[in-house]
Design a protein around this ligand. Structure first.
Ligand code: ATP
Ligand code: MG
Length: 399
């Protein structure tokens, strides 16, 4: 992509947003704020969000999830049935008995019921990637807590506990794959949280960042994290090994998985008969990942005083190509060649000073900066620098 053609340039301006992620993402031209907790994704931001979305989609497909898309506009009836119509987080449409989707158990269970009448149709899982709406009391921390935000929600349906338990374990592995691909593996912990309907614990995935709203307690012996609610119940001891020497960290919840059991299948009477004709409610699990929160968390985890430092797989481009001086013809050609080799390239074809171009490249945070100048050209080289390193390298290139 040619930088001169992106309509949303990075802009020098004072951003009033206090959070690091919103501040950096607005200044570098990735997002813009419409109102508190609601953001537009500009071309660069949209690419990153889609990159994260695709990582999540691929891992959910590998887990066996089938992608669907449910409505974001909901009628009142299913929410009354589960007694959640009065939920404070739900936005309602004034003068109509409609609400905006903040979660989808009430929609997915009646949908599944239209197709499931035998145990032979189980297990299965469906997921969607969709904007959720939540009337958060305090929308703050930029993308970390929005009133409209992108979430992946997956729902699994099972005949028996064993089947749900084994799917749940596979989901944990799939989630870690997602965080690993987002560069967050070392900073993200499986965290004990208060229970699903019948199990003692549910699990949160918490990423350690200063801006996180939550506090987690890490047990170095068990490589396990415990959230605040649970650690209070456990009197500040690791529930597994009783170790009291726990490390406290600030963290953001980037995912949450629950065994719902029959909590939602019962109100909608979703039952199946087993091989012997015995009827029981279908068991469910639900599995959420905050995709836009992940984007905010990545920026919180990977930045320096100059700007964002995107991990490779989520970065909007692989290479930021910056020509200096009278090398337009050669740079145009290099731009084409790099793309032909399969690289995603942002080409700074603008008429700006070297200082400005470098500062903006650091702010935007593409993993590799590549400079072509008259000087490097003489040596048939380009100068490369990784965003997370200071040293530059001269590299031969085919002109
Ligand atoms: P929190 O405790 O942070 O409010 P939650 O328990 O309400 O989260 P879930 O309902 O489990 O969250 O939603 C699944 C995932 O969606 C969360 O793990 C989080 O990553 C993301 N998420 C939840 N609320 C928001 C929000 N307001 N803005 C951005 N992402 C969110
Ligand atoms: Mg919440």
């Amino acid at each position: 992509m040619k930088q001169s053609q992106i309509f949303s340039r990075a802009k020098k301006e004072n951003v009033t947003d206090q959070s690091i992620n919103a501040n950096l993402l607005i200044r570098s031209g990735f997002i813009r704020k419409l109102m508190s907790g609601v953001y537009s994704y500009l071309p660069l931001g949209s690419i990153v969000l889609k990159n994260i979305e695709n990582i999540v989609r691929q891992e959910m497909n590998k887990l066996g999830g089938q992608e669907i898309l449910m409505p974001a506009l909901h009628p009142k009836e299913p929410w009354e049935r589960t007694k959640r119509w009065q939920n404070k987080e739900m936005f309602k449409i004034k003068d109509r008995n409609f609400s905006l989707g903040w979660t989808h158990e009430e929609i997915v269970v009646p949908l599944a019921k239209q197709f499931i009448d035998s145990y032979k149709e189980l297990p299965f899982s469906v997921f969607q990637i969709q904007n959720k709406f939540r009337n958060e009391a305090r929308a703050k921390s930029g993308l970390l807590r929005g009133r409209e935000f992108l979430m992946k929600d997956l729902y699994s349906f099972h005949q028996n506990q064993e089947c749900l338990d084994s799917f749940y374990e596979k989901a944990i592995k799939a989630y870690f794959k997602v965080y690993q691909r987002c560069g967050l593996k070392e900073k993200t912990f499986l965290t004990l949280a208060s229970g699903g309907s019948f199990s003692k614990y549910s699990h949160e995935f918490q990423t350690v960042i200063e801006a996180g709203e939550d506090e987690i307690y890490l047990c170095p012996k068990c490589a396990l994290a415990i959230n605040k609610e649970i650690i209070e119940e456990e009197k500040y001891q690791c529930p597994q090994c009783k170790n009291k020497d726990l490390k406290v960290e600030k963290a953001a919840e980037v995912g949450n998985i629950f065994k719902l059991q029959e909590k939602y299948t019962e109100p909608f009477d979703l039952k199946v008969k087993d091989e012997k004709g015995k009827e029981s409610f279908v068991l469910m699990g639900c599995y959420g990942i905050g995709i836009s929160r992940l984007m905010g968390a990545i920026v919180e985890a990977f930045h320096d005083e100059k700007g964002i430092v995107w991990p490779k797989e989520v970065a909007p481009f692989d290479i930021h190509l910056i020509p200096i001086g009278k090398v337009k013809k050669e740079a145009d050609k290099l731009y084409d060649n790099l793309q032909k080799e399969g690289n995603k390239v942002l080409y700074d074809d603008r008429d700006k000073s070297v200082g400005e171009k470098f500062a903006e490249a650091d702010l935007i945070g593409i993993p590799l900066r590549m400079v072509l100048s008259e000087k490097t050209l003489e040596k048939k080289c380009v100068e490369t620098k990784k965003r997370n390193e200071t040293k530059t390298k001269l590299q031969k290139y085919k002109g």
